[in-house]
Write a new protein. Structure first.
Length: 407
């Protein structure tokens, strides 16, 4: 990469990291702290946990399209301001419905696809896979940091302080965008990607092909499942830590920190096996299998050793898959359709978070914990079988699937 490309990727990865940090910080906390609010039920807690995913999913593609018309930076700034507004409303809330409203507005700042499109704007084609992988890894890093920082911040001021903290992160993200991220080439209407596809009607054609292509559908289904399981798991794991493992909520970070650090170590063999050993297919299947095994270990054991081992396996699998999926998507589409494909991908990602939160909360309240665990296991198994039957894209290596034409 050139110096400007490195600066662009590093600053955008940092911005994305802060953005996702603000969302992930609530994951280990809401099921515990929101239970004390008036009118709290497992279904409402699940809705509060996942509702940001619904507005994220609904607005990813429209805001990605808008960024093609007026530019990436204005859309990202507006999205971060909306996220800050939702954080303030949630911080001031005194009921579950206030938190649900705040989380909904947080999700309305749907900038994921726009940030990824900006990464594509600021990097050359031959460097884009590395750039997307770096942003993907920043998500894993933000997830790890959030699970440690969230409980620490909450120990000083509960959920309100956490939401004030996430509002501050939004403004830091704006500062990073304005001060550190270079301005991309002019991509107004008729520019860049728009000129390649020839306007709104061909863009709809790209979207239809993106939704209909089997390679992209497998990746989109995968990220849906991954974020469904992630969100649903945090309806149960914090309570198990507190009640079954006897760890006070203020000290949960003491569990997450060593487990997450060790999970990053655990990712290294997977990445070496995938990239240097040429066994991406097998490694990807192993990552899904780790998540499957972790779910079973977390919910069906009373042993502290197996429980903490399950947490470690979950984070190894999740972080590897989360970092790998955007890279695979980048390898599967041609330059002119990356923005559209990323918008669809982000939509599936956040719909998974919404379904895992809202649907998981409903299952937990009306059918019980084992029903929720069973659904997560079935989804993970279905994903594993899907990948087993159809190879993941390998980015143009001999005998591998080529990028989708026109996408």
């Amino acid at each position: 990469m050139t110096a400007q490309e490195r600066r662009s990727v590093a600053s955008l990865a940092l911005l994305y990291c802060f953005r996702m940090l603000g969302l992930f910080m609530v994951l280990p906390l809401l099921a515990l702290y929101a239970a004390d609010l008036p009118g709290s039920t497992p279904a409402l807690i699940g809705l509060a946990l996942g509702t940001y995913g619904l507005t994220q999913a609904l607005l990813q593609i429209p805001l990605g399209w808008l960024s093609d018309q007026i530019g990436r930076k204005p859309v990202i700034i507006a999205g971060l301001l909306m996220f800050a507004l939702g954080s303030v409303i949630a911080a001031l809330a005194d009921s579950m419905w206030g938190i649900i409203l705040g989380r909904t507005l947080q999700g309305a700042g749907a900038i994921a696809s726009t940030v990824l499109a900006l990464v594509a704007d600021l990097t050359r084609e031959e460097q884009r896979t590395k750039a997307m992988a770096a942003v993907g890894m920043s998500i894993g890093l933000s997830f790890a940091v959030a699970l440690v920082v969230g409980p620490v911040v909450a120990s000083f001021g509960g959920l309100p302080l956490v939401f004030w903290f996430t509002a501050a992160l939004a403004f830091i993200g704006i500062a990073i965008l304005v001060l550190l991220v270079p301005s991309p080439p002019d991509i107004g209407a008729g520019g860049s990607e728009g000129s390649e596809v020839g306007g709104a009607s061909p863009r709809l054609g790209l979207m239809r092909r993106s939704l209909g292509d089997r390679v992209l559908l497998r990746l989109n289904f995968g990220v849906f499942v991954l974020h469904f399981i992630l969100t649903a798991s945090f309806l149960v794991v914090p309570r198990l830590l507190e009640q079954s493992m006897g760890v006070d909520r203020e000290h949960h970070w003491m569990v997450y920190l060593p487990v997450l650090v060790l999970s990053l170590v655990g990712m290294v063999p997977l990445m070496i096996m995938a990239e240097r050993g040429g066994r991406l297919q097998q490694t990807f299947l192993l990552g899904i299998a780790l998540v499957f095994a972790a779910i079973a270990m977390l919910d069906f054991t009373s042993s502290a050793l197996l429980f903490y081992g399950g947490l470690w396996l979950f984070f190894v699998g999740f972080n590897y898959l989360e970092a790998t999926l955007p890279s695979l998507l980048s390898k599967s589409v041609s330059a002119g359709g990356k923005g559209t494909a990323m918008g669809v991908y982000s939509t599936f990602q956040f719909m998974g978070a919404f379904a895992g939160g809202a649907g998981g909360g409903w299952l937990l309240q009306y059918m019980g914990e084992y029903a929720l665990t069973g659904v997560c296991l079935l989804l993970a198994a279905a994903w594993w079988l899907l990948v087993l039957r159809a190879p993941v894209p390998l980015g143009g290596k001999k005998g591998s699937p080529s990028p989708v034409p026109g996408i």
